[in-house]
Design a protein. Structure first.
Length: 419
């Protein structure tokens, strides 16, 4: 009986893209998160007394800024060497041979599989055969599996590979291959990397993406970590995800249906954030708050979006170690809003006519003659696709709705004041 750890997509020291511009962002925590999660991985390997550790590519995010990234990794590998734990790894698209110009000699307990051909390694003590091939360049479009040898029926065979398989949303289709091709090799476990979302692709044999060990932005949400595998008599006994992340990205969906006041909404957001905090086991949170649902508050939410964002920041500050990355308002107004306006008082008539307004781009430019002058001063690259003065139709209709909501909100408010 033995156990091993399978991790991938560590992306050590990956740069923070644009996060500096965010208010309150815990930059230092985010910058250090991948290293702290990797510390946890090494500690878990020691605590679980695993037979070996597998790293299935993208250990590094790209070329090292300086040697400190490599020196950090070597220090951690030293800790595993002292515990008698070997490490086997392949590189992926981010740390492909051609991408990394700086390098350091690896400690003797670390094996990096070659990129020119498939490498193999036998661990007699556990009856294990390992096969792996690294990426030579960032974009590997060949099917690497084709060259992997057939598994040895007398051993427990493991394949390491960085691949997008037959395509995964949001991931480049590098080293494409099919599940059938993997199965045909007669291995007991395929340790894959590249897809940042954990996925057990197959259980016979086991084909696993462990996901990355630490979320890096608002699209990498929820628990992140590695996979702990137990093997007995040449068969997989158990495959368990183990959380390693030190800061969790979450999207907090708040349903505003049935909410009648701002106070209620703010309270609901507080409850939701508290719930996320509990689910994250006390880890610091980077939360995106999304207010959704059909609500009569729709117009007022738009109108008070900035104020609400400050209220959410205050809730986060009160909870401690919670950062509101963004607040999005995606509510919808009740379908029959116009029909509800039944009377013919001046206010109601005004509301009806606002409902009926059709804004057009041309009219916007006519209203404000300075627009054309401003437009001329913009850099040319802005004037093509992303020309802010010529929004696309879908943006226009969203803008139309927003303007209508703002006007309606204002009028409703006035109406209330006068009553
Ligand atoms: Mn990758």
């Amino acid at each position: 009986m033995f156990r091993f750890l399978h991790a991938a997509d560590i992306h050590l020291d990956s740069p923070l893209k644009g996060l500096e511009e965010y208010q309150d962002a815990p930059l230092e925590q985010i910058r250090q998160a991948a290293r702290r999660a990797f510390d946890n991985l090494v500690q878990l390997a020691v605590d679980e007394k695993v037979a070996f550790v597998l790293l299935a590519g993208d250990l590094y995010d790209g070329d090292w800024k300086d040697y400190n990234t490599g020196i950090y990794f070597i220090a951690k590998m030293g800790k595993l060497r002292d515990a008698g734990i070997p490490v086997f790894m392949v590189s992926g698209n981010h740390d492909a041979a051609a991408q990394i110009t700086r390098s350091l000699k690896l400690p003797e307990n670390v094996t990096l599989f070659p990129h020119a051909h498939v490498g193999s390694h036998i661990i007699d003590r556990f009856g294990v055969a390992l096969y792996g091939q690294s990426f030579s360049a960032r974009s590997v479009t060949d099917d690497l599996v084709r060259n992997y040898p057939q598994g040895d029926p007398s051993l427990f065979n493991i394949g390491l590979l960085h691949t997008g398989l037959n395509g995964r949303p949001g991931h480049e289709p590098y080293a494409p291959c099919t599940l059938d091709a993997l199965r045909s090799k007669g291995y007991q476990y395929w340790a894959l990397g590249h897809v940042h979302q954990r996925e057990e692709v197959c259980r016979d044999p086991w084909v696993v993406f462990p996901g990355n060990i630490q979320g890096r932005h608002s699209r990498e949400t929820g628990p992140k970590g590695c996979t702990l595998v137990s093997v007995e008599d040449g068969r997989v006994l158990s495959v368990e995800p183990r959380e390693l992340d030190v800061l969790r990205w979450v999207v907090c969906h708040v349903n505003a249906a049935g909410i009648n006041s701002m106070e209620q909404l703010i309270e609901l957001v507080r409850e939701n954030l508290e719930g996320e905090r509990v689910r994250a086991d006390g880890r610091p949170l980077a939360a995106r708050v999304v207010i959704e649902g059909v609500t009569t508050l729709h117009g007022r939410l738009y109108e008070n979006a900035l104020q609400l964002h400050e209220e959410f920041r205050a809730i986060a500050a009160g909870l401690g170690d919670v950062w509101i990355e963004k607040a999005l308002f995606k509510t919808q107004k009740p379908q029959n809003a116009a029909a509800l306006i039944s009377g013919d008082s001046p206010v109601e008539l005004l509301m009806k006519s606002i409902e009926a307004i059709q804004f057009e781009t041309a009219s916007l430019i006519e209203i404000i003659p300075e627009f054309e002058k401003l437009r001329c001063k913009l850099p040319v690259e802005l004037l093509n696709d992303g020309d802010p003065f010529l929004p696309r139709e879908e943006e226009l209709s969203a803008m139309r709705e927003e303007v209508q909501e703002l006007l309606m909100g204002k009028i409703q408010q006035r109406g209330h004041h006068e009553n």
